[in-house]
Design a protein around this ligand. Sequence first.
Ligand code: URA
Length: 471
Amino acid sequence: MLTIRLPRIGSVAAWRSEARRLAAAGVAAEHVRWTQDAENDLFARDDAPRGNPVEIRLSKQALFDIESSLYHRDPERFARAYALVLRLGRGEIRWGDRADDMLRKLLHQRKEVGRDIHKMHAFVRFNELTEPGANRRAFAAWFEPDNPIVEAAATFFAKRFGDMDWVIATPYLTARFIGGELAFEETVDNARPTEDASHDLWRTYYANIFNPARLMPEAMRSEMPKKYWKNLPEARLIPELIRTAPARAAEMQAKLPSIPPAFAAKAGVTRSPMPQDLTPDTFKQHLDACTRCPIGCRATQAVAGQGPLTARVMVVGEQPGDAEDLAGKPFVGPAGVLFNECASRAGLRRAETYVTNAVKHFKFTPRGKRRIHQRPDAGEIEICSWWLDLEREWVKPKLILAMGATAAQSLTGSSKNITSRRGSIEATPDGTPVLLTTHPSYLLRLPDTGAREAAQRQFEADLREASAYLR
Ligand code: URA
């Protein structure tokens, strides 16, 4: 038997390299014991026989599923995953073979992990711990997931709360995001933060956003299972909110006419026919008046594309950000600055390209004085593609550079993961080549310097490829 002891932090990466090493040495699954326990086994011997090497070759999907399943709490998960990759390597089963018990079990656990991560993203509640005079705000949260998922779940928080310091402690591990660096450590005893005044603030907020007219206790319970309630300060309000809901709904009804008419009118989504008499000169004016989806009702203005209509290369981003919404021009904020720098290094002269977005209004949620970017959904992308199609018709580019998943989806119709597609050329339904690349905002959000530099090199390589179409 050969004992493989995986670390508690970084166990998935460690499993991956051990699995490759053992498979290459032809060590059968039944001769390996996988553990994360720190027991002292001085007498453990490696007497596992070596056999024919097995080459592990996995599709992206298979690798994703297998590695996701390793965040499950089942102690057998590492052994099961190793046995499975050996069987796949030997061609004994195929990925997606639902009749195979081992594969079915792994996929079931991967699903449970996915659900658990989703719950963690939704239900973590931070306590503010900022010291007076500190230059970054600091927060802590305690959360009890069903599985040791904190490493898989934490990047979401790093992206969303990148300008704050925070700690999320769980019974398994603790994620710590300080000064923009994400790290993990063993959870110390008594990590659960104490109640403080920020809970009261949160409670007030929750009571205000709680919409009594939409009260659906069953749906609420299934979305927010009771076991999470004990760590949610707002949960204590729920019984009272439910009790008073009918009266508050009536009160809300009575207040409705006081909504300012301009906003109410703008917020009303209409599916009137698209204007027929459009020219590049009247484009912006029509865009500003678009009410085919609700995004526009909060935005300052629509942002049309910019650049010569004779451009051979069209660059498409996701949607205007905060700066673009105010300026009325695409890519003038931080993502635009990075794009300009990379483009000029790659020889892609911005003045010779037509730069636009898949969605023409800034979608955000207000948080205090800040406007937090929100990704447009599939329906919004679809609705807005009418405007983008019009720009494409006018420009007739030889190549479209799609930056990020939203642009890719709008132009190719496929919502498949952009990281696996970047650098490849696909096409619009009418046959225009679309070179897929990452979005510059994604580069700005990568917390690890090495990873950021590598991703930026790839991004510049894609821009260089696009620049060849300028001639
Ligand atoms: N991000 C985009 O996708 N477009 C912009 O115009 C700015 C930021």
